[in-house]
Design a protein. Structure first.
Length: 462
């Protein structure tokens, strides 16, 4: 029996492991899910693994590898600049050893780094990226005011992500044309205000707290999706070039400027968005739309609009409530409506609405308003204000296809107020026999700027 057991053990050890015999492309896919330092370490496993990592199509250099390249104690002993040189030298060596196409490259600058060193190396890497056919480039910088303009237009990129970076302007290279770019995502990026970028196939543009940049800086006739977030509006809004837009979100963190306008802002902004299917408003942008007066509905309806999301609405402001009603009236085919109440509205110079004001408003304005295609309603941070209850009453009474109304109660709402509001809502008449009111434990998500934002610390920007 001892001899039989020995032969069995030898047969087990003589077999190859299942991972090593997998096709090369599957091994590369597995290595792409590992941190780059672990992928490189697989070269010591066996002779067949020695060069396997050198052909992976994605390279990611984030905080993990920066902490391995140089620690705090080492940084204190040898100087910060020397440690940054060591960090980029590690990246440089990996790029030199890399053998094969490089489709994705991700680089996060280490905190408190000497940005000049990394920018110098980046200029050397761009020709290498071009030869390897890079398609997606992500660089999360550290100093947006470091005026180094890299010629990313020389790359055949389809996806460009930059954070805390200086975006190259036209004078640097005699013109910027991004022939293949379909997605551009810029956060905390700065450039000169007169820069123009030709992007003939660009479909998605994200601009978050960027300086000197708006959608008007991009010649993008095929733009379908636009996400914008600004702290303030320093110039008059322009909807030029947005005729083919399908999805649009705008967040305004600071108070909008008081501008004298002959045409209501809601008309100026939405007059060209005839093909919009998904529209999101956040923070003080609703107040901006409400400035300059409000029509009952737009002269040209938003016939393609299916999803409307309005965040941080101040339901004590009659103008903001009226603007919301204008948008609902102007979207005859609206299917999903997401509303989020501003839990702590700031005081400002705007007309506040009383219960009597809104009752008059609702009696007059809701009468000729229907939501024939509305199926889902989400109400976040509900406080039980009269204006909120009137809106719920209208939506239940004028939505024959309504399936579910989700209501998230504000945490500061007293229990007796919540119970009273619930009693009122249960007595409201419903146009849909299957309409249900359900409690929502968590509020509906904020404006969607794409999953890549989750990788960034944007507390300083929002």
């Amino acid at each position: 029996m001892a001899e039989s057991s020995t032969r069995k053990v030898r047969r087990t050890h003589s077999k190859k492991d299942r991972i090593s015999v997998l096709p090369r492309n599957i091994l590369e896919t597995i290595l792409c899910f590992l941190p780059i330092q672990d992928a490189v370490r697989t070269s010591i496993l066996s002779r067949s693994w020695r060069h396997c990592w050198t052909t992976i199509p994605n390279l990611v250099f984030d905080d993990d590898i920066s902490s391995i390249s140089f620690g705090t104690s080492e940084c204190e002993c040898n100087g910060l600049e020397l440690m940054v040189v060591k960090y980029v030298s590690v990246i440089n060596k990996i790029l030199i050893l890399h053998d094969g196409p490089l489709l994705k490259f991700f680089l996060r600058f280490p905190s408190l780094c000497k940005a000049r060193v990394i920018h110098d190396y980046l200029d050397q890497w761009i020709p290498l990226f071009s030869r390897k056919g890079i398609k997606q480039l992500t660089i999360l910088g550290y100093d947006r005011w470091h005026f180094t303009a890299h010629n990313f237009s020389s790359l055949g990129l389809t996806h460009l992500r930059l954070a805390n970076f200086w975006f190259p302007c036209i004078p640097a290279f005699g013109g910027m044309t991004y022939t293949y770019l379909r997605i551009i995502e810029l956060i905390g990026v700065a450039t000169t205000e007169n820069s123009i970028f030709d992007c003939p196939v660009l479909e998605k543009l994200t601009l978050m707290v960027s300086y000197g940049l708006s959608h008007t800086n991009f010649r993008a006739p095929n733009l379908k999706c636009l996400h914008q977030h600004y702290r303030e509006m320093i110039s008059e809004y322009s909807s030029a070039g947005l005729e083919n837009l399908r999805e649009y979100s705008f967040r305004l963190s600071g108070d909008p400027p008081i501008m004298q306008t002959e045409t209501p802002n809601v008309v100026n902004v939405l007059s060209s968005l005839h093909k919009i299917e998904k529209f999101s408003i956040a923070k003080y942008f609703m107040r901006y739309l409400a400035a300059g007066g409000l029509p009952k509905r737009l002269s040209r309806p938003l016939s393609y609009l299916r999803t409307l999301s309005c965040f941080d609405i101040n339901f004590t402001c009659l103008a903001e409530v009226s603007c919301l009603l204008c948008l609902i009236r102007s979207a005859p085919n609206l299917c999903k409506l997401h509303i989020s109440v501003d839990p702590d509205p700031e005081e400002g110079n705007f007309e506040e609405s009383s219960e009597e004001d809104f009752q008059d408003c609702s009696a007059d304005q809701f009468q000729d308003c229907t939501a024939d295609h509305l199926e889902i309603v989400t109400f976040s941070h509900f406080q039980g204000l009269k204006a909120e209850l009137e809106l719920v009453k209208f939506l239940l009474a004028r939505s024959p296809l309504l399936k579910t109304m989700f209501i998230h109660r504000n945490l500061n709402m007293e229990k007796d107020v919540a119970f009273k509001s619930l009693e009122e809502m249960l007595e409201f008449s419903r146009a849909s026999s299957r309409a249900q009111i359900k409690s929502l434990k968590y509020p509906f998500g904020a404006v969607d700027y794409g999953p890549w934002v989750n990788d960034l610390d944007i507390c300083d920007f929002v």
